[in-house]
Design a protein around this ligand. Structure first.
Ligand code: EPZ
Length: 436
């Protein structure tokens, strides 16, 4: 089991290139099931979840190829920390409609093959994902949406059995009682090949959904309402292949902004999309982290002799504050002068980082779905345990600013969402090593 060994107290200086967004690449990969032609994605991050999704699609029948597109040539070695790769998927035929439990249980996003399989093959058998550390995370909204397009859904032995009508899915009205990123992505993909028009209301409008819609349009889909909570999709007979670049990861970007806020220093984040994390940038600036935007570059600066201001934050669907940044901001707010309250409205159990931060000296009280951080508390090193992806990175950020050397265990959670995190941080001066 890999661990990270971090000695805190060192400011960060340098440059970090932001990779492609995990939460965009995963649905984009599933969209390859919708066509028999080649789909090529560039700027794909090298993460455990991407590998799992690739395995899942290959067992459905996709042919996969990977090409390193990191900058740099034979004569000029790649700039350290700058990695990217091009992933091609061609699903000429789907020779297996089953998404097996052993793959689905390791990654919830596997449920995103349901819509494409139903649309392409008219049938799908997808294992129920099971819960995870941050909550039950059911798929009822996905299933109800498919039924609205005429699918027959039954649950048998832990699997979702889905059957489209004889002539294929039928366009219809899909209204989400609750905003769901995954369910919106699933039904959006299914609707592109349905007979007739589908209207989705109360759709999630995260940047990753707009990225998926733009790629589907590049494949010949007819979609209107991008970036809004109402999407209209006119079904087409078939989709073609495409060559598409994954958007930069707004959560990786926000994570590094918070890290510099913790450690002090000055870092340039390259290849970002500031408009996809506007509220995160605004909140960090209000707290006292200096951020200057220049096209796709964000320059972040913090003088740790200057105090940070407390702030009350409530997570909510885009464009409000993203739940995937809650843990990172909680860590930063342990250094603010005063009390901050963070309310988590998306997941029922996303405060797993609180006991670990408390062991490092933070003073945090949890009451239901709100946590109050009493700052400022100097943090001290401690052996801590990662639990979910974003909780893990909040512990890394804490350790970077804590006095002494900390060990972060179970960092396989980190590897699901951050490519070469320790390398990117040590290139900016952090004292961080991965031990096998
Ligand atoms: C996506 O998860 C992201 N994952 C999550 O990122 C992110 O936290 C989440 O959206 C919210 O922004 C990917 O994109 C791969 P939801 P998803 O469906 O689609 C409930 C990370 O750290 N719900 O928007 O699973 C659900 O339980 C991960 O990168 C139902 O009740 O999230 C949750 O409470 C973590 N029924 C809420 O809705 C359903 O059918 C939002 O879930 C589906 C969801």
């Amino acid at each position: 089991m890999d661990k990270l060994f971090i000695t805190g107290g060192r400011p960060l200086y340098g440059q970090i290139r932001i990779g492609g967004a995990k939460n965009a690449a995963l649905p984009l990969m599933c969209a390859a099931l919708l066509t028999h032609e080649k789909v090529t994605l560039d700027n794909v991050p090298y993460l455990a979840d991407i590998t799992t999704m690739a395995k899942l699609l290959v067992q459905h029948g996709a042919a996969l190829s990977l090409r390193d597109t990191s900058p740099g040539t034979l004569f000029h070695p790649a700039t350290p920390g700058h990695y990217s790769r091009e992933l091609s998927l061609t699903c000429e035929t789907i020779n297996n409609i089953i998404a097996p439990y052993d793959l689905v249980r390791t990654m919830r996003a596997s449920i995103l093959v349901l819509g494409p399989l139903l649309a392409r093959e008219g049938r799908a058998q997808v294992s129920l994902p099971g819960g995870c550390a941050i909550g039950a995370r059911p798929v009822d909204l996905h299933l109800k949406a498919m039924e609205a397009l005429g699918a027959k859904i039954t649950l048998e032995e832990g699997y979702v059995l889905a059957e489209a009508p004889e002539g294929g899915l039928i366009g219809g009205e899909v209204h989400f009682e609750k905003v769901s990123v995954g369910a919106t992505e699933n039904i959006l993909m299914a609707a592109t090949l349905a007979n007739g028009t589908t209207t989705i209301t109360n759709a999630a409008c995260e940047p990753e959904i707009t990225d998926l819609a733009q790629m589907l349009i590049s494949m010949g889909a007819d979609i209107e309402g991008l970036g809004t909570t109402t999407l209209t999709i006119r079904g087409v007979a078939a989709l073609s292949g495409t060559h598409y670049r994954v958007i930069p990861d707004r959560i990786e970007t926000g994570t590094f902004l918070a890290a510099v806020g913790m450690t002090g220093g000055e870092v340039e984040l390259l290849d970002t999309r500031p408009e996809t994390l506007r509220i995160v940038i605004d909140y960090l600036q209000q707290i006292g982290v200096e951020i200057v935007e220049h096209n796709t570059t964000l320059r972040v600066k913090r003088d740790i002799t200057q105090p940070l201001k407390p702030m009350d934050i409530t997570t909510a669907p885009f464009p409000d504050f993203p739940t995937d940044m809650q843990a990172q901001l909680m860590t930063l707010l342990t250094q603010a002068e005063g009390d901050s309250t963070l309310c988590e409205t998306i997941f029922e159990n996303r405060f797993m980082h609180v006991p670990e931060l408390t062991r490092m000296g933070a003073n945090i009280t949890v009451d239901g779905h709100c946590a109050t951080v009493h700052g400022r508390t100097p943090l001290k090193c401690a052996p801590v345990m990662a639990t979910d992806l974003r909780a893990s990175v909040s512990l890394v950020i804490a350790a970077l600013a804590a006095e002494g050397s900390s060990t972060v265990q179970r960092i396989y959670h980190l590897d699901r969402g951050y490519e070469r995190l320790e390398e990117k941080l040590s290139l900016c001066g952090a004292d961080i090593q991965r031990t096998r």
